[in-house]
Design a protein around this ligand. Structure first.
Ligand SMILES: [Ca+2]
Length: 427
């Protein structure tokens, strides 16, 4: 058992040596000056993506390994203690045997003492054996967990790291243009909106929609202005990865069309319930206006109008100060909100912050949904929030934000753009 345990421990250490070597080799630019064009849009993770992923796992794994090392040492100490006891018992026994024939009567008292000591030692040893067994069980569980993690890691690395990804050959100024030219399948297309300096990749489908945000917990959304501007995460041809397309691209897409766009927000909670909210005439302003969010009205949905703010019952001004229409975009390094401090910095995410929010889909990912002030760094509700559906202390499981030409919605029905969610799973 011990040998196999050591074997696993060594394998895991080896795994870390390999991954950290890879980090040194592949990952040179620090996170905040990540090259905006570093392969974003290909199926493989960007350098930023790989680094984020490893950085998320390494501290936990390091801690686990330290704990295991400590447990091993305790185990060794206990074994030594037990061995000492056995030696002592054996010595006492030998001595007793030697002395018994001659000095039976004289020694009988001390023999009785020895027997009492034996009994005590046996009890103590049983205790130690019990402790050792518990430690062993705890270790076995840890090893199983680590093995599982390592298998998942392996799977994760295998799947998205395809060398090639199918990018459709048809291009155009928007999805409608692409469809007109024969681009009929869902997938990744290059589009070049009217004012864009160069074409960029987006996911689009038969309904001519663009997906610009997807959450499933695999990517850290605590990013700076430049990253929210250029986009981060991973795009995939089956639209199942997590990303922020980038404010500049969302802006260019949202302002070029002659047909108004509807912003559609789709959400899934931890019980698998799905809800959505639509906003008519969605537009994102240019960078000089800090990518201001505007729409004309709540177009419908069953999730409620959280963008209009929410009365949390703390103050009559709650609803006004948690609305989002007309808000500029803020990031931890750029404060454009209506609060005397920086909402985006407090909550570690970029969003159209007011003072601060009733909707916050770029928030921190909390497994299981429910979280409390104690789970946060500074007591602020920083999860993935849609306050007109779940409380602000409930973080949603999956979200998607997409823009759809309004004619596609009215002709094809409310859920024409909706698609089955498929996350990367819980890691
Ligand atoms: Ca502020």
């Amino acid at each position: 058992n011990m040998a196999s345990f050591m074997h696993v421990a060594v394998s895991i250490l080896l795994l870390f040596t390999l991954t950290s070597a890879q980090m040194r080799g592949d990952y040179s630019p620090p996170q905040d000056i990540c090259n905006p064009n570093d392969g974003f849009g290909k199926y493989c993770p960007t350098t930023c993506g790989v680094a984020d992923y490893l950085q998320r796992y390494k501290p936990d794994m390091d801690r686990e390994l330290d704990q295991m090392e400590q447990d091993l040492e305790d185990l060794a100490n206990l074994t030594r203690g037990a061995q000492d006891k056995v030696v002592y018992l054996r010595d006492s026994e030998t001595q007793a045997q030697k002395q018994a024939p001659d000095t039976y009567i004289k020694k009988s008292t001390s023999m009785l003492d020895d027997i009492l000591r034996f009994e005590k030692s046996i009890l103590a040893q049983e205790d130690q054996i019990y402790q050792l067994q518990s430690i062993l069980q705890a270790n076995e569980k840890r090893i199983t967990d680590l093995k599982q993690m390592s298998v998942q890691l392996d799977q994760m690395c295998k799947e998205p790291c395809k060398d090639t990804v199918e990018i459709q050959t048809v291009t155009g100024k928007d999805c409608q243009d692409i469809a007109n030219k024969g681009g009929k399948v869902s997938g990744l297309y290059y589009v070049k909106p009217a004012r864009a300096p160069e074409a960029f990749l987006v996911f689009t489908d038969q309904n001519s929609l663009y997906v610009f945000q997807r959450r499933d917990g695999s990517v850290d959304f605590n990013k700076k202005w430049i990253q929210y501007k250029e986009g981060f995460g991973y795009l995939s041809p089956d639209d199942r990865t997590e990303f922020w397309l980038g404010n500049e691209k969302i802006h260019l897409l949202s302002v070029q069309s002659s047909v108004p766009y509807v912003l559609r927000i789709e959400m899934v909670d931890w019980d698998g319930n799905k809800k959505y909210a639509d906003y008519a005439t969605f537009k994102l302003g240019p960078e000089v206006d800090a990518y201001r969010l505007t729409y004309s009205y709540y177009f419908g949905g069953d999730a409620g109008d959280a963008f209009d703010g929410h009365d949390f019952g703390d103050d009559p001004s709650d609803k006004f100060y948690t609305s989002h229409n007309g808000m500029q975009f803020s990031t931890p390094d750029k404060d454009n909100d209506k609060f005397h401090e920086n909402c985006a910095l407090q909550e570690g995410a970029g969003w159209w912050m007011n003072r601060c929010h009733a909707a916050h889909l770029n928030g921190k990912y909390y497994q299981g949904g429910k979280y409390t002030e104690k789970d946060t760094q500074n007591g602020y509700d920083n999860g993935i929030i849609w306050a007109t559906w779940h409380s602000r202390w409930y973080s949603l499981k999956e979200t998607t934000m997409k823009i759809i030409p309004i004619n596609r919605i009215s002709t094809d029905g409310q859920h024409s753009g909706a698609k089955q969610f498929g996350g990367l799973g819980d890691i």
